[in-house]
Design a protein around this ligand. Structure first.
Ligand SMILES: [Zn+2]
Length: 350
């Protein structure tokens, strides 16, 4: 009798040894002691036997059943502990993993360059001045010595509005006149005027709306030397002191003499390339000594005072600082692009 029991026990032990999870053990349980299990069915057959055999067979089968249940429960308990361990490991919280930081807002690259410029000039004693974006043709053209027949006044170049003598300002220079008027003859006038300007231009390096910053100094005895020193201080602060600059004679209606300032081409380092049309230089701003007529229009006597003025495009300077050859992405609100500038430059910008 004990032989038969131990035989059942051996087969069961072998089956259980290879069961990898509790589902497999449940199958074994069904096979042996389920409603139609091998031991269960054998027990049901007992009724057909004569009383003597039934008694001995009954003892054997009940003992085998008990043993089977014990082995199965042992295995289930063992597997349960293992599965619990696996689940605990799977659900373990690693408190040392860095969380997902919320995206932090940044200033737009053009705002950062504008603030950088403002900072440079405010430290040199300039103050900020502003003017309207919808400007009279007097402030935008006539007062700046730009005559009726000047090409800048053409419909092709400027956005005129449906009101006579009004235009979307084509430059920040009208703030020169407004700044002098506001100073009411006092000296010195020392202002910078950042802001939006509008022209009928649209390609990789021009957009219909862009930003300029205007500078104006009016005082006794202002010379080109003052202009040059001021602009060199700016380029050094913005582009570093290894940058080379040069001043070229030019022409603007509202300055006399007029000069343009060039810096070393960033694309080729001065060797000459397509960006700089082979010259090694890139123009960054126009400037000059304030034209006597402009001083007069601002309420100052050109016999007694002189001044310098300059205007530069913030986009163009941003392209130079960030190494861009197309300014349009600056307006396309691609967050990845707009937040990627520290990577490009390595310069600490605000
Ligand atoms: Zn070049």
């Amino acid at each position: 009798m004990s032989d038969q029991i131990s035989e059942v026990g051996q087969i069961l032990a072998q089956q259980l040894a290879t069961a990898e999870d509790s589902a497999a053990v449940q199958e074994i349980r069904t096979e042996w002691v389920g409603r139609r299990g091998r031991i269960t069915l054998a027990l049901k057959e007992l009724g057909k036997l004569d009383p003597e055999t039934r008694r001995t067979q009954g003892q054997i089968l009940n003992a085998a059943r008990e043993q089977a249940m014990r082995l199965i429960n042992q295995k289930l308990e063992q597997l349960g502990r293992v599965e619990e361990d696996i689940q605990l490991e799977r659900e373990r919280l690693d408190m040392t993993i860095r969380g997902q930081a919320p995206r932090v807002g940044l200033l737009h690259p053009l705002t950062r360059v504008r603030r950088l410029l403002e900072d440079v000039f405010l430290r040199m004693g300039f103050s900020l001045a502003y003017g309207p974006e919808i400007e009279t043709t007097w402030y935008n053209f006539e007062a700046l010595n730009i005559p009726e027949d000047h090409p800048a006044r053409d419909m092709q170049d400027s956005f005129f509005v449906d009101v006579p003598h009004m235009v979307l300002r084509t430059h920040t220079s009208p703030v020169q006149i407004r700044g002098m008027e506001a100073a009411q003859g006092k000296l010195p006038v020392k202002i910078i005027a950042p802001g939006r300007v509008y022209r009928r231009d649209d390609d990789a390096t021009h957009t219909p709306m862009f930003h300029q910053i205007e500078g104006l100094v009016v005082d006794r005895g202002i010379t080109l030397g003052d202009l040059k020193g001021t602009l060199l201080a700016m380029t050094t602060a913005l582009l570093g002191d290894s940058i080379e600059t040069r001043f070229r004679p030019s022409y603007f209606p509202f300055t006399e003499p007029s000069v343009e300032m060039d810096v070393t081409c960033a694309a080729c380092g001065g060797k000459g390339c397509r960006t700089c049309k082979g010259t090694g230089w890139v123009e960054i701003l126009g400037s000059g000594l304030v034209h006597p007529s402009v001083l007069k229009n601002g309420g100052y006597d050109p016999q007694k005072v002189s001044g310098f003025a300059f205007g530069l495009g913030i986009e163009r300077l941003a392209m130079r600082i960030f190494g861009l050859d197309d300014m349009r992405p600056l307006y396309q609100n691609d967050v990845e692009f707009l937040t990627g500038f520290e990577r490009y430059t390595g310069r600490p910008i605000l």
